[in-house]
Design a protein around this ligand. Structure first.
Ligand SMILES: Cc1cc2nc3c(=O)[nH]c(=O)nc-3n(C[C@H](O)[C@H](O)[C@H](O)COP(=O)(O)O)c2cc1C
Length: 303
């Protein structure tokens, strides 16, 4: 079966993408598989200036996933464009740049810079990071702010599609989804990490230097699946589902509830080749289910 998908203006060879922050700048994963085989590569969130991120420790394992408080460490947009983008196979695989700003102006400037780059296929806007003091989640929890960021990014992004990445740390994610749809988003991705913490009874201290972090991995898959399902019913934009995906069955579950594509995040930490092997596994499972096309399957969950 042809497993390619259309994501608005983007055509992907298959629905499997990497999740921002879990795949570096892509190049680090060349020893583990062919980037060209992926649906798209989503790179680590970029800011205008380089960021050091939060102090360590900033990762803790949990029984069913992990907590991180990296704090959006990155090399900055200019260094990425100069040193990394040209080495990625952007002619054959869409490279999606995830971006983060502390103010609306930052988001607009980043979108403007990236709009001029031929190798950037789309922008993914992180309005949902729970681990930074300024920006991030404050935009993602308020529909008015979420819509305003979407508007400014759309204005500056030229012809590049704009994907808005939503936070699960809200009472009704569909309200935010509808707000960004009305503000002109081209697609939505969800979910980012869920706020969490871990403590040590011996030191009586939080395990993360930042105290709180974002939970990801298998523990959050049921939450993500529900939110993707709800959002797909309420908006007509393409939705990219993520959160705890690690098997072909997980991928098909997200497509069944309505997602057009998926991203693989924390699974990459336990198996750096996982995202690559999933491509053929998804094709095989689709054939086993007797599917002729994604249209027969996407969003066909029965009540
Ligand atoms: C170490 C780490 C760093 C992350 N950095 C980013 C980031 O820079 N931008 C972003 O939008 N999401 C970031 N995320 C969130 C992931 O892209 C993803 O939304 C989340 O981990 C849920 O998917 P998963 O359970 O498959 O990991 C990060 C997640 C982790 C674990």
């Amino acid at each position: 079966m042809d497993i390619s998908v259309k994501l608005g203006m983007l055509k992907l060879k298959n629905p499997i993408m990497t999740a921002s922050g879990t795949f570096g700048y892509g190049l680090e994963f060349k020893p583990y598989g062919r980037l060209e085989d992926l649906g798209a590569v989503v790179v680590k969130g970029l800011s205008l200036e380089p960021r050091q991120g939060n102090p360590m420790p900033r990762i803790v394992e949990t029984p069913c996933g992990m907590l991180n408080a990296i704090g959006l460490q990155n090399i900055g947009v200019e260094a990425f464009l100069k040193e990394k983008l040209g080495l990625l196979p952007w002619k054959t695989t869409p490279v999606i740049v995830n971006l983060y700003g502390q103010t609306r102006e930052d988001f607009a400037r980043l979108a403007d810079i990236l709009s001029r780059e031929q190798g950037v296929a789309a922008l993914e806007v992180n309005i949902s990071c729970p681990n930074v003091r300024e920006g991030g989640i404050q935009f993602g929890q308020d529909p008015v702010q979420a819509a305003r960021v979407t508007e400014v990014v759309k204005k500056s992004a030229g012809s590049k599609p704009v994907i808005i990445k939503l936070s699960p740390n809200v009472s009704d994610v569909t309200v935010i989804a509808r707000a960004v749809e009305s503000a002109g988003a081209d697609a939505i991705s969800l979910i980012n990490t869920l706020g969490g913490m871990a403590v040590d009874i011996y030191t009586r201290k939080p395990c993360l230097a930042n105290k709180f972090g974002g939970l990801s991995g298998p523990a959050i898959k049921p939450v993500a699946l529900k939110m993707v399902h709800e959002v797909c019913k309420k908006v007509s934009l393409p939705v990219i589902g993520l959160g705890g995906i690690s098997s072909a069955r997980d991928v098909l579950e997200f497509i069944l509830v309505g997602a057009s594509a998926v991203q693989v995040g924390t699974a990459t930490f336990t198996r750096p080749d996982r995202v690559f092997s999933l491509v053929s596994e998804v094709e095989k499972l689709a054939m086993e289910l007797g599917l002729d096309s994604w249209n027969d399957f996407q969003g066909t969950l029965k009540n």
